[in-house]
Design a protein around this ligand. Structure first.
Ligand SMILES: C[S@@+](CC[C@H](N)C(=O)[O-])C[C@H]1O[C@@H](n2cnc3c(N)ncnc32)[C@H](O)[C@@H]1O
Length: 407
């Protein structure tokens, strides 16, 4: 019987001598008996980090607006199935499905919302909404031939990755082992041919010593999505970039990042099972594999562009004119701006891929909110107790010290 995930990992290393970083990360995050994501919801004020859904409900609201247009473009199918994979504590599902009800033509009556998350504990949060169903993985869901949209926010950055290093023109893999009871890395031959195939497809050159991650699960993910989706869209929101950016010289030690109680560390061997481990998403591979599965690239935008084009500035203006107290306005404004600022989530990327749908431009691609009369009919999404109190966290006394003119 193992006490902790760290014991499990130590035991695997003792048996095998060394394990790949992907195996280490898979166990640290997802070991059923107590991996980081299996234990509970680490997102939010009391957790280790926060994400766009926990920042402000306008994130889910504007995605709902985009989904409405997609539904129209597809000829208003019923059901229009939204499969959110990596749905975590269910906050995006809650915000989004609530907002769907304000969209015209009875859109919400046509929507079926499916949450999929490996984290068992997250199920409690997910299953509270009457309109949604929840599953632990795509295989359990068994959704095939759906019409609608597969949606994810910060899913792919949490897939286990292999770590590689370029050594005198040869690719070597970094394995995890134990020396005198301490976790250390040692290099060796590649554990699978898939790694060099993946690298060759990137078509990039790396300097000697460059360390980088390879996320082999991306191709499996795209295949799964392709099997699931007969017609519709895939919206992927995450941090990362094209291969040239994430494998640039400035990332010469890789892009692996860990979060523990809102502090970023770069050591995956600390707080094992109690800290998040992520790496930047390689959008080049996501689009390449997508094309191979018959997807069309509809949009690749920063989150700032995506939310701005869908109307975030319009809602900022409306907030200013709202008949509510100044502190509420300030807190909402602060959180909304966090979604689009470079210090917040503004540089995250939004990739939209489509399959078997017409080639009409999506609203998120053009700055069209002035011409979107639909927005005028929609309510202003406001922070709730489930979202992060970002303003209070940063400026605890702001309500007392600033005047109304700050807005
Ligand atoms: C970084 S969290 C993001 C949660 C949520 N989307 C948000 O933005 O707050 C990543 C989530 O993806 C889930 N996850 C990772 N791999 C998964 C997979 N293959 N299938 C389903 N869920 C997965 C994890 O359990 C975790 O809840």
């Amino acid at each position: 019987m193992y006490g902790s995930v760290e014991d499990v990992i130590r035991s695997s290393i003792q048996k095998q001598g060394q394990i790949t970083f992907a195996e280490f990360m898979e166990k640290a995050l997802y070991w059923p008996g107590g991996g980081y994501y299996t234990k509970g919801s680490p997102i939010g004020f009391s957790g280790d980090y926060y994400t766009s859904p926990s920042t402000h409900p306008i994130f889910g609201a504007l995605i709902a607006v985009q989904l409405f247009q997609m539904w129209q473009l597809m000829g208003r199918p019923k059901p229009f199935t939204i499969v959110e994979v990596g749905s975590g504590n269910g906050l995006l599902m809650r915000d989004l499905t609530q907002y769907l009800q304000y969209l015209p033509e009875g859109f919400s009556n046509n929507v079926e919302y499916v949450c999929v998350d490996k984290g068992e504990q997250n199920k409690t949060g997910r299953s509270t909404n009457r309109q949604s169903r929840s599953y632990s993985d795509i295989a359990e869901y068994q959704g095939q031939g759906i019409e609608g949209c597969v949606l994810s926010n910060e899913l792919i950055d949490s897939f286990p990755v292999h770590r590689l290093q370029m050594k005198k023109g040869i690719l070597r893999e970094l394995y995890v082992t134990l020396r005198d009871g301490v976790f250390v890395e040692e290099e060796g031959a590649l554990s699978t041919q898939e790694l060099s195939d993946h690298f060759n497809q990137l078509g990039i050159k790396l300097n000697d010593g460059h360390v980088f991650e390879v996320n082999l699960n991306v191709s499996r993910w795209i295949k799964d999505v392709s099997q699931m989706l007969k017609r519709g869209y895939v919206i992927t929101v995450d941090y990362g970039g094209m291969a040239g950016d994430i494998y640039s010289e400035s990332n010469g030690q890789g892009t692996l990042t860990c979060f523990y109680r809102h502090v970023q560390t770069n050591n995956p061997y600390l707080h094992i099972g109690n800290q998040d481990i992520t790496s930047q998403v390689n959008y080049t591979m996501l689009t390449k594999y997508g094309l191979g599965q018959g997807f069309v690239n509809k949009a690749y935008l920063s989150q700032r562009e995506f939310l701005t084009n869908l109307g975030l500035p319009y809602f900022l203006k409306r907030l200013q004119a709202l008949d509510t107290d100044y502190r509420t306005k300030l807190a909402n404004r602060f959180s909304m701006l966090n979604l689009v600022s470079p210090e917040g989530f503004g540089e995250f990327k939004v990739l939209i891929q489509s399959k078997n749908v017409s080639n009409v431009e999506l609203w998120c691609r053009k700055l069209g909110f002035e011409e979107m009369p639909i927005l005028r009919e929609l309510p202003m999404p406001m922070l709730t107790a489930s979202h992060m109190p970002l303003l209070e966290g940063k400026y605890p006394h702001v309500g007392l010290e600033l005047s109304d003119t700050w807005m």
